[in-house]
Structure formats: structure tokens, C-alpha cells
Write a protein of this length. Structure first.
Length: 414
């Protein structure tokens, strides 16, 4: 595999893609969505090969869930593309224009980033999400998925490319790196002549390796060591419902929670009820000393547990004396992804919103809503935990850069 060749093809396709009208891009995206639905049996067959290998390699059931495709999930992937079609195209938009003292009309226009590289793990839906968002914003994309989902990712890209080929679209605007070795991934991280930005999406190990190795500019998408804090003024049944959903509905995803914090004033009443609900979902509990005094089936939590993204049916639990203590704990251990407070106290909710450092902060709702599809972005490239131009679910706007356009009437600078 020659990444240099792929890079050159991507650059050429990006130039072609940047000249397409919004209508032309939307028509091609519509054909891609149709192609996915037309080939559901072939996609499922490829996914079955990945799942069989996952079982053979002893991958946990929760991680298999990240990998698994169903007819419903494939239809959702196609619907994600259709939602992207419905969204306004930011490319070419002049978001501001003003006249300076020299009489120049200066405008700030949104333009594509160029060629985007994405290195990701396990979840095949990232393939179609990333491809559609990049395509809509006029960016070519080079996708490098993990070996766990190789068969699924490969057929998805083949379907998208064939759809472009059949409809006279720029085929190399969506490319797939078929070599899953670390060596090729490292080469991609240093493909500075062709990649304008690199976006890693996966576990802490992948994110760290990309940050340490890449010479291409990186937009970091974070892991999800997230928390729910149950305040002394919380509605306890609401807190139970939110916690169960945030932990057990799909523990392998990055918007699930890993730690539950409870105000001491309600701990003795709340924790027995919470324990019953979580045990029904087969969630293993790890508590601090005070939590273990109340819980009947918890093991003692270690210091490492507070900073761990379990991605499994495991929840760390800590009793705190104040809202300030909860916020301090969250800001020390979280990955700046998604955090939630359950409370009927307006002032507590506002303090939490203001002081918790995270891309998404919730009052009385599950962290599981941190998702580009749910936020109305159609899909997402990932959830950025940085504080640069992109933070939170990354949709179309985050895949653009800026160009200044200036209209003059013959002005020269003295």
C-alpha cells in the first residue's frame, strides 16, 4: 500500500469536490445512502466475519456490541447520510463582512479543510458518518479503521466508492487504508504533504499514540470517563433512571458514565435503591469507604478506578459532602467529555454548568445524548475534548476552515 499515492489522489479529488455545488454533493450523498440500503445482506455478511474473529480472539461482549451491525443499524447509517443532506452546507458561506478604513470590503468565508485522515477503532458506523460529513464539506477523506472491523469497513467504503463511480463522482474523495499494521498507521500520522488534519477516534491508547507520533495537525477526540452527580436536592427516581441509562444502556460507548457521585445527605436513602436497579442490569459496583458501608454487593474502589474508562458493566461510586467536592473530583479525573448533575436546585445546576470542565454538561439528563446524530448534526466525526475551534460532537461546521476575501477598488498601502 502506497500512502503517497493515496495522498496525491485525495488532494486531486479534494480540488474536484470543492468545485461541486451543494445540490451536486447532496445528489451523490443520496445515491450513497440508497446503495447502503440496497446492499444490507452483503454488509451483514462481512460484519459476521468480523464478529466471528472477535469471538475467536476473546473480545468482550460489550466491545462486540461496538462492532456489531444489524439491519436496523445499517438503516440508521443511511438515515445519518440523509440527515447530512438536509443540513445547510457551510462551504462558501460568508459569515461576516465589513469595510475597513482603507475602503476595503473584508469578508470571512468558510472553506474545506482539504484532506482529512481518520484513524479509528471498532465501530463501522464511523466509516459512513465520517465519509458523508467530509464529502458534504468538500473534504477528501482517508479512512484507517481497526483490524477488528476490517471486513465491515472495507465493504462499506467499496459501496460508497462504487456509488460515486456509477454517478460520475470523485471516487478517490473517500479512500480506505487496507493495511491495519501499526507501521502503516504511523506513516499516515506523518503524511504531512497530503493530510491537512488527522482525527483519531478510539480508546485512550490510540489517542495517546497519535498525539505522540503525529506530525500532521491533530484534532483530539476524547475517551469518556464521565460522571453523574446526584445532588442533595435531586429527585431520587429521576436520578436512578438517568444513572441506569447512562451506565447500562450501552456501556461500551464513550458517552456512558464510569463514576456515580452522591451527596452524603441522600446517600443512605438513594444508594440501596440505586444498587437494586444496577444489579438488575448486571452492573458490578466499586465503592469508596462510605459507599461500601451502605452498599451490600460493592467491592472497594481503588485510586485507579476513578480515572478508568471501563467501557463495561462496571461503575465506581463515591459519596461526597458538597457540590464543590463533586465538581473538584470531576475536574480532576474526567476526560472532559460529558458530565451530568441531577438536582432541583437552580443555583446548584448553574454552578455545575459553569464550573465543570467538559465538552457537554447536562442538568437532569443522561450523558448518553452526547451524539452528533442526536444533536441534529446528522452524524459526527467524533467528540472533541479539546478547546480549539472544535469541541463536543463534530459536525459540518467543525470540518471547515476560514478564508478572508477582500474586495478593493485599486487601493495600495502607503
Amino acid at each position: 500500500m502506497d500512502l503517497q499515492v493515496m495522498g496525491k489522489q485525495a488532494k486531486t479529488s479534494a480540488q474536484t469536490l470543492s468545485l461541486l455545488s451543494t445540490q451536486e454533493k447532496n445528489q451523490l450523498l443520496h445515491k450513497m445512502a440508497q446503495a447502503l440500503e440496497a446492499q444490507i445482506p452483503q454488509i451483514l455478511k462481512a460484519n459476521e466475519l468480523d464478529l466471528a474473529k472477535a469471538v475467536e480472539n476473546g473480545i468482550s461482549e460489550t466491545m462486540q456490541d461496538r462492532l456489531r451491525l444489524t439491519e436496523e443499524r445499517i438503516i440508521e447509517m443511511a438515515e445519518g447520510i440523509r440527515q447530512v443532506i438536509q443540513l445547510a452546507d457551510p462551504i462558501g458561506e460568508v459569515e461576516k463582512m465589513w469595510k475597513n478604513e482603507d475602503g476595503l470590503m473584508i469578508g470571512r468565508q468558510k472553506v474545506p479543510l482539504g484532506v482529512i485522515g481518520i484513524i479509528y477503532e471498532s465501530r463501522p458506523n464511523v466509516t459512513t458518518d465520517a465519509a458523508s460529513l467530509c464529502f458534504k464539506t468538500g473534504n477528501a477523506v482517508i479512512l484507517r479503521g481497526g483490524k477488528e472491523a476490517f471486513q465491515s469497513n472495507q465493504i462499506l467504503v467499496e459501496i460508497l466508492q462504487n456509488s460515486l463511480r456509477e454517478n460520475n463522482g470523485p471516487v478517490e474523495a473517500i479512500q480506505f487504508v487496507s493495511d491495519t499494521s501499526h507501521e502503516v498507521a504511523n506513516q499516515m500520522m506523518r503524511l504531512t504533504d497530503y493530510l491537512d488534519v488527522l482525527i483519531p477516534r478510539g480508546g485512550a491508547g490510540l489517542i495517546r499514540r497519535v498525539k505522540e507520533t503525529a506530525t500532521v495537525p491533530v484534532i483530539e477526540t476524547g475517551t469518556g470517563n464521565n460522571h453523574v452527580y446526584v445532588d442533595k436536592d435531586a429527585q431520587l427516581q429521576m436520578a436512578i433512571d438517568i444513572t441506569v441509562n447512562a451506565k447500562a444502556s450501552r456501556p461500551s460507548v464513550c458517552n456512558s458514565i464510569e463514576t456515580l457521585l452522591i451527596h452524603a445527605d441522600v446517600a443512605k436513602t438513594f444508594l440501596p435503591l440505586m444498587e437494586k436497579a444496577l444489579l438488575e442490569q448486571q452492573v458490578a459496583l466499586r465503592g469508596d469507604e462510605r459507599a461500601c458501608e451502605i452498599l451490600t454487593q460493592a467491592t472497594p474502589a481503588t485510586e485507579a478506578d476513578w480515572g478508568t474508562e471501563f467501557s463495561d458493566y462496571i461503575l465506581a461510586i463515591k459519596v461526597v459532602d458538597t457540590l464543590e467536592e463533586a465538581i473538584a473530583h470531576i475536574n480532576r479525573y474526567n476526560t472532559k467529555h460529558s458530565e451530568a448533575i441531577v438536582t432541583d436546585n437552580y443555583f446548584a445546576s448553574q454552578k455545575f454548568l459553569k464550573e465543570v470542565d467538559a465538552a457537554a454538561v447536562y442538568v437532569n439528563a443522561s450523558t448518553r445524548f452526547t451524539d452528533g446524530f442526536v444533536f441534529g448534526f446528522g452524524a459526527e466525526i467524533g467528540i472533541s475534548t479539546q478547546k480549539l475551534h472544535a469541541r463536543g460532537p463534530m459536525g459540518l461546521e467543525e470540518l471547515t476552515s476560514t478564508k478572508y476575501i477582500i474586495y478593493g477598488e485599486g487601493q495600495i498601502r502607503e
